[in-house]
Ligand binder design. Sequence first.
Ligand SMILES: [Zn+2]
Length: 379
Amino acid sequence: MIELLCLLLPLAFYSGWRSANRQSKLPQEQEKPVPARFVRGINFLLNEEPDKALDLFLNAPSWDAQTADTFLALGKLFRNRGEVNRALRVHQYVIARPELSTRERQAAMLALGEDFFAAGLLDRAENVFREFMRHYPKNTQACEPLRHIYEQLQEWEKAIELAACGIEDKVERNKLLAHYLCEQAEDALDAKQLYQVEETLKKALAIQPKLARIQVLYAELALARGERQAALQYFKKAIEYDARLTSTLTKRFLEVFQQSYEAQQLQTFLRHEYARQPDPHLFPALLALSQTGGEASTVEPLVKTHLQQGNLSLQSVARAAEWQAQQAPQDEPLHSLHVALARLVKSQPRFQCVSCGYKMQDYLWRCPACHRWETVHHL
Ligand SMILES: [Zn+2]
């Protein structure tokens, strides 16, 4: 990385110096102080003293179009290396130049906003992006970073206002808007504003009828109103729409539906889903509900068939081994195998973002690394 820095910083300086020479047509002897500054800057970089090199090059009086681009690239390089203060210094310097073209000024403002965002100074980043939108209302490049700020701050009303900005694809726009509404509904649910939850979910459902998250929230709303049967139906629909939710929802099922007839209903539903689509990720949930459902005689053939003929995942095998170890508490080798598999499951991420590759243990609607929605899948 230092090699790139060694290249970019002197390049920005050299570009401006060459431009100044062209314009003023200085006699050769008057060019001498400039190379001296150049050589001193290179020496600072070689001695790994980038701040001194920055001081030297940023104080150079000359400037041209290439200088701006090179300094912008340099600032981005600093930010990507986590050196946000240096990135801010470079971008603030660029913005202060009166010679900038509109394109360069826009690029510098966006870069400065990104620097503040990376530094965690969200209010300052918001100000920069808002100012960008005021100055350049036809340019939508600030919409996405602004949305990221409001997502981070959980200011969903402001995020909703920007949900359509700069997104051409209608499907993507609707997905984003529906999730923002779901976030609002979750906040209202936490605040026990149940009427507000229902109204918000209605809007989300009209935009994205097959979004499983809406069904989960309807289920939680029904539970808050004491309508357990309705909640059960909503949860079932959520799994029908999106099987990725099964493991997360099973924990909730086991917590909420403790009556055996409720567990029985869910077990029947999951058995049907599993027969329809033998997804190994459904098996741990099916086993847990089969045990709770009280029909012990059905569990053994379920485990046996899964291990011998079913599609397997690490989680499904570990769960089957756990059940077998419970049936034979004296079997030390089986118990050791179950413990080893359980350790392996704990150490392995189960989900991954298909957009950026970030791995995680639990399903999340929004990737915490690249901030995209619904890009997380089973590994
Ligand atoms: Zn991602």
